[in-house]
Ligand binder design. Structure first.
Ligand SMILES: [Ca+2]
Ligand SMILES: [Ca+2]
Length: 367
């Protein structure tokens, strides 16, 4: 009898150990790989601190309000001019996670803002890999619906035209090809040049619409180039975050809102300070017309974006998104628990984040 009790005690003890161990193993990893984490639990003051060990302390502008969050505290934004500014770039991001509670009056279509769910403005392009982007809303993978192709020629079968800001630039159809046949666009610039190149059939844009813009590019040398969408004779529709060209083909993908309706949008690449040639191919511009994600206003929704290649977030904002140089859309609603990871979270991990199982760390400490 004694040995039976001992055995039972041992069984209970081992079960307890395994129970504790499983919590620790299953959820501790979600803390691993964070390269930015704003809990937004401060509750007062003008700063939002990064608890991942980074230095990117957020500064509150125009007094967003500390409020009750999905987890402890959060920040509420008025939709007029309130936001949090993050001063420095964060590089090597593979996963973004955050919670957002859009107000009932929120006009963002299905929770989408610039560069996808826009708690983070200017989170930039991602390149390399296949540029696959997996989005989760409230723990479930979501899919986007794209409109028809808005570029009339993705294979450069017609001659290019070029308009340049400075002397000496040229653009040609080149036999170097990444996508299809027979050509790509080769743009050669002098130092500091900014170039438009275009073909017949310039894409039209609609004010307020969200677009997915992607292309393949490579350079004669490594260089940084800034893509710009421009309306002829006016200011740019949008300045997109800079991209780092390499001597090998990489695909670049951007999401942006158009702040105007225009019948002809030009594809502009602002060159580096040095003379360079670069090639562009497989340009694609499509409107994001729908989203399978189910988002309810005035409740907390969880958003996660996972990419198959690292990307950078340039000096950015929480609570507003850029639609043009100096023009922003502001969030009416609340944001909580913004995280950047340097690794791709699995679907299981996204589900755990969604269920707040991260608190298992605290649970473990109770023992
Ligand atoms: Ca919080
Ligand atoms: Ca081609």
């Amino acid at each position: 009898m004694l040995s039976l009790i001992n055995a039972m005690q041992r069984h209970v003890f081992l079960t307890l150990i395994l129970f504790m161990f499983s919590f620790n193993v299953a959820y501790a990893d979600i803390r691993n790989g964070r390269i930015g984490h704003w809990l937004l639990d401060e509750g007062s003051g003008s700063y939002a601190y990064n608890s991942s060990g980074g230095t990117n302390t957020g500064t509150l502008y125009n007094t967003p309000t500390w409020t009750t969050g999905q987890f402890v505290g959060a920040l509420s934004f008025d939709g007029v001019n309130e936001y949090v500014g993050i001063p420095n770039d964060v590089t090597g991001i593979r996963t973004v996670s955050f919670w957002m509670k859009p107000a009932a009056s929120e006009v963002y279509p299905l929770g989408l803002t610039q560069n996808r769910e826009g708690v983070v403005s200017k989170w930039g392009y991602f390149s390399g890999g296949t540029c696959a982007l997996t989005r989760y809303v409230n723990g479930t993978a979501a899919t986007e619906t794209l409109g028809s192709e808005k570029l009339s020629n993705r294979s450069f079968t017609t001659d290019l035209s070029l308009w340049s800001w400075a002397n000496g630039a040229s653009a040609v159809r080149d036999t170097v090809d990444y996508y299809s046949s027979p050509a790509s666009a080769k743009v050669t610039t002098a130092a500091g040049q900014q170039n438009n190149f275009y073909q017949t059939g310039l894409p039209s844009l609609t004010a307020g619409a969200l677009y997915k813009y992607s292309f393949w590019a490579k350079g004669s040398t490594s260089a940084v180039v800034a893509p710009i969408i421009q309306e002829w004779g006016t200011f740019a529709v949008i300045y997109l975050p800079e991209m780092a060209l390499t001597t090998g083909w990489l695909q670049y993908t951007y999401y942006f809102f158009s702040d105007r309706t225009t019948s002809s949008a030009y594809l502009n690449f602002q060159g580096p300070a040095t003379a360079i040639s670069y090639w562009v191919d497989d340009l694609s511009l499509k409107e994001v017309t729908g989203d399978s994600a189910s988002v309810t206003n005035d409740t907390w929704n969880h958003y996660v974006i996972v990419t198959d290649a690292a990307f950078s977030a340039e000096s950015m904002s929480f609570g507003r998104v850029a639609t043009n140089l100096g023009t922003y859309k502001y969030l009416t609603g609340s944001i909580d628990d913004v995280r950047f990871y340097n690794r791709a979270l699995t679907a299981t991990e996204v589900g755990e984040l969604n269920l707040n199982k991260i608190t298992a760390d605290s649970f473990f400490l109770l023992f």
